[in-house]
Design a protein around this ligand. Structure first.
Ligand code: AMP
Ligand code: GLY
Length: 423
């Protein structure tokens, strides 16, 4: 069997490694993959957004199953295009991927179906947004409607900051057309939890919960990033909260999408905030999170290919999805200067891993047999252990052994979670 994974980051590396545990899979292609992924898959130099080239490759190579991992190709309709050629895919069609592709869509969906989220207003006209901000409660949150590489959310602590955010999105178009509409929403407070789920449009099966660490520096200081590390499970997410989320958020979302004629099949990511008024949705993603996947999939005991195929065929209720009782920690090693300005091309030497550890490669190229850094987030050093404390210390031991002169990592991944566990 031949499998194709669209994408080329640490998340895709984690997906590929997990898929390969199924011995029926003979070959995995990564489009485009990266220099580290090439140890586990055949990398093909086709960009993740080049849908005609992706489809052509899949047809010519007679791919049996495709996984489209990143948001861009999903929103652009990669799954629609592949399925038109008869290729079974894991991932939502464009009309369902819009749940991430347009914040205006997702906010209106939640309002219509009474799914708990922050109060909000939508603006298409900049003057109206600015005059709303004259009296809006502060702090407030300004969000560009469309995809913006994870940077389209600005938490404004003052009225001026909020107005600047609106002007930069609507007038200066720093996110292009993604900012021609903005959502201005209520500022919520509470611990954040990421819950990825498998859903075939009828059944929703949450995966083990996780906690991202979005800021670049220790103690949640510095700029927002794509994520500097993760742990799973997330200790804030108790069994009671999980039950409440299933009732008030997960099932209603799946049903709402179906009722709208936008059945969602694939991985639906719920970004939640546990507020004092109950869990609320901060964001939906139409895909696996990065670096959440790097801690969630190593804890999956079921065969990933079987679960993905059942999801795509609408047969998820017939399949068991089982997670281990262990914990996992992923420490991201990034290039110095990330997320602003950084250099690439530094040689890296990776330590040996064992059956309870992995180094997922997010940004690297191979040159004369040497692994060179290429990108902001470079490695995801991951360890699994019987408890979180051991997983964190093992991930850090391994991260310290990485030889990479231009690399840095946060020293406190998992500390917040460990504190909660001690209480
Ligand atoms: P997003 O790009 O939607 O994941 O948002 C990035 C981060 O902004 C989230 O992980 C939250 O930490 C924060 N955030 C987004 N919306 C809100 C909100 N309404 N209130 C407080 N923080 C928010
Ligand atoms: N780690 C957050 C995301 O994947 O959007």
């Amino acid at each position: 069997m031949k499998i194709m994974v669209v994408g080329g980051g640490g998340r895709e590396h984690a997906i590929i490694k997990k898929l390969k545990e199924n011995k029926e899979i003979e070959e995995v292609f990564a489009l485009p993959g990266n220099g580290g992924i090439s140890a586990d898959a055949t990398c093909v130099n086709i960009g993740a957004k080049d849908i005609p080239a992706i489809v052509k490759f899949a047809v010519e190579t007679k791919i049996d199953f495709a996984v489209v991992a990143p948001d861009d190709p999903l929103v652009l309709g990669a799954v629609d295009a592949l399925e038109k050629e008869g290729i079974l895919c894991f991932g939502p069609k464009a009309n369902a991927a819009i749940i991430e592709g347009s914040k205006v869509f997702s906010k209106n969906l939640m309002k219509k179906y009474n799914i708990p989220t922050a109060q909000y207003e939508v603006f298409e006209n900049m003057q109206e947004a600015l005059s709303y901000l004259e009296t809006a409660p502060i702090p407030t949150v300004v969000k560009a409607d469309g995809l913006a590489l994870g940077k389209g959310v600005i938490i404004a602590m003052t009225r001026e900051e909020a107005k600047d955010a609106v002007r930069s999105m609507m007038e200066n178009k720093i996110f292009g057309e993604s900012g021609s509409r903005v959502v201005i929403e209520e500022f919520l407070e509470g611990p954040e939890v990421s819950v990825l789920s498998f859903t075939d449009g009828n059944v929703v099966v949450p995966m083990i919960s996780s906690m991202d660490h979005k800021r670049a520096l220790d103690n949640d200081e510095g700029l927002n990033t794509g994520g500097m590390g993760t742990v799973a499970p997330n200790p804030y997410y108790t069994k009671e909260i999980a039950e409440e989320c299933m009732k008030t958020i997960f099932l209603p979302t799946i049903k709402a999408m179906k009722e709208e004629g936008r059945e969602f099949r694939g991985c639906l990511y719920f970004g939640l905030m546990l507020t004092k008024n109950g869990p609320k949705v901060i964001e939906y993603n139409c895909r696996f999170g990065d670096p959440e996947t790097q801690v969630v999939l190593p804890l999956l005991e079921s065969d990933l290919y079987t679960v993905m195929k059942a999801t795509s065929e609408g047969k998820l209720s017939e399949t068991e999805v089982k997670f281990s009782e262990n914990s996992a920690c992923c420490v991201i090693v990034a290039s110095k200067g990330y997320p602003v300005k950084y250099e690439s091309g530094f040689e890296m030497v990776l330590p040996e891993t064992d059956e309870n550890s992995e180094i997922f490669v997010a940004g690297a190229k191979l040159s004369n047999g040497k692994l060179l850094s290429a990108g902001g987030r470079v490695l995801g050093v991951t360890a699994v252990a019987e408890n979180l404390k051991k997983a964190v210390s093992k991930a850090y031991e391994l991260a310290e052994e990485v030889e990479f002169e231009n690399g840095f990592f946060r020293k406190d991944i998992g500390q917040k979670a460990l504190k909660i566990l001690e209480v």
